[in-house]
Design a protein around this ligand. Structure first.
Ligand code: SF4
Length: 137
């Protein structure tokens, strides 16, 4: 079983409320091979919501309007890990560049469109717990 970002599976959970399904991910879910999760909504955030980015030190997640959503992001990551364990998932396919789901490259916390090396909060937690993470645009 595979954990997948719910936005890739066609859920309305992106920060901007736009629905952008990925045909390959939708097919995985339809075949019963993948579990869709949205860490940010499972952490209690609404849809739509103010865009957020992970700070350069990785310790906090801040919103474009100056808010701090760190607790929601880390709570959602823990819930995603719980789901992965519950369903025996050893792999995750997540949305690229997200402050939760991104892996390898994420926005740098300045809201300037600049990317840096690093992972989203959920991707980090899954990797730390032995779950392989790949991303899709
Ligand atoms: S990238 Fe991750 S946190 Fe963001 S909407 Fe998609 S599933 Fe939710």
């Amino acid at each position: 079983m595979i954990i997948v970002s719910a936005c890739l599976a066609g859920y309305r959970c992106r920060y901007d409320g736009v629905i952008v399904p990925d045909a390959e991910i939708v097919a995985l879910v339809k075949r019963g091979e993948a579990i869709p999760v949205c860490p940010e909504m499972m952490g209690g955030l609404p849809c739509p919501r103010v865009p957020s980015e992970r700070t350069a030190d990785g310790l906090r997640v801040v919103t474009k309007d100056g808010g701090d959503v760190t607790d929601a992001f880390f709570s959602g990551a823990e819930e995603t890990l719980r789901m992965a364990r519950l369903y025996g998932c050893g792999q995750a396919i997540l949305k690229a560049r997200s402050p939760s789901c991104g892996c390898g490259r994420i926005y740098d916390g300045t809201f300037s469109g600049t990317l840096r090396d690093g992972n989203g909060v959920t991707a980090d937690l899954l990797l730390e717990n032995g779950i392989a993470v790949t991303v899709k645009d």
